[in-house]
Design a protein around this ligand. Sequence first.
Ligand code: SF4
Length: 379
Amino acid sequence: MKYVDEFRDAALARNLAAKIAAEVQPQRRYHFMEFCGGHTHAIARYGLAELLPASVRMIHGPGCPVCVLPIGRIDQAIHLALERGAIVCTYGDTLRVPASGGLSMMKAKARGADIRMVYSAADALKVARANPVREVVFFAIGFETTTPPTALVLRQAKAEGLKNFSVLCCHVLTPAAITHILQGPGVGPAGDVPLDGFIGPAHVSIVIGYAPYVPFALGYQKPVVISGFEPLDVMQSILMLVRQVNEGRAEVENEFTRAVSADGNRAAQAVMDEVFEHREVFEWRGLGEVPDSALRIRPAYAEFDAEVRFGLCYQGVPDHKQCACGEILRGRKVPTDCKLFGTVCTPENPMGSCMVSSEGACAAHYAYGRFRDIPVVAA
Ligand code: SF4
């Protein structure tokens, strides 16, 4: 297959691994965060961690959109469906994220809530057109990747004068989360989360470009390499990061040149700007309240804003006491540090958000890596 198999070539991956092994300096350790869940998934699925020398450690970041969705926001969506009679439409993984009171959107559906899985924001609009006497709410989640389609359906709903459609907007912003991590306690050479650089998001960067990462590289002296999602992309990006660290450079480099430019997709940015504005603060699961890290619908589109339309107030809800998702999303723990991993918490019965999506650190490790943790014994 053209353009995919080329980036999964095992011999080339081993060559890159040999180059990384040859270039790491013996006295040094390298800690790189892959911000994006897609990279976490690729690293687990293709066993890339095993190809790396022991001195290179990959740290999972908070870039899985389902993982960072706080319980209080899911509760709002369930409230709209169960108590306000709305049809709530959302992406598939969102349905299984644990919410308050032992519920999830899937369990609320089993209790009679009209909650529907959609593949796109445009599908939610179709549901609204097909059900003119029902309120239809699109529960919109995700980073800058999924934000432009939500903006487009809001513009379309306004153009059509739809009276029964609104959006519960939970779109979040990548650069703010990276800043939050870099400003967090314990990040740095002497802290509990040493960070020497970032593998930058792929899909997000297609939209926003790579220029927004320059302040991290310069201000915090952390190299960033924007990387594609295929295994060779990730290995090449790690090599580029190792070289930057060795040479004392902290720059933004773009490995994913086949899709990412400096400025990104200007048309997508324009429609996002037209429809959304920044929230002062937004709660992220695991990261807490992060300033200037999410979007809300502009007043010009207020009639399509579910928070305004239904008079919703946000109420934060703490995670399950034993769930370590928060610390995993901050790079302080790995999935097997959580007492619930693989026993009480599995992909079939997730207790925390990191076990829901295949991009979550716990789900990726459960699917592709958990047997590595079991010692091999002679028969
Ligand atoms: S194993 Fe489950 S409960 Fe533990 S950190 Fe992962 S998702 Fe959270």
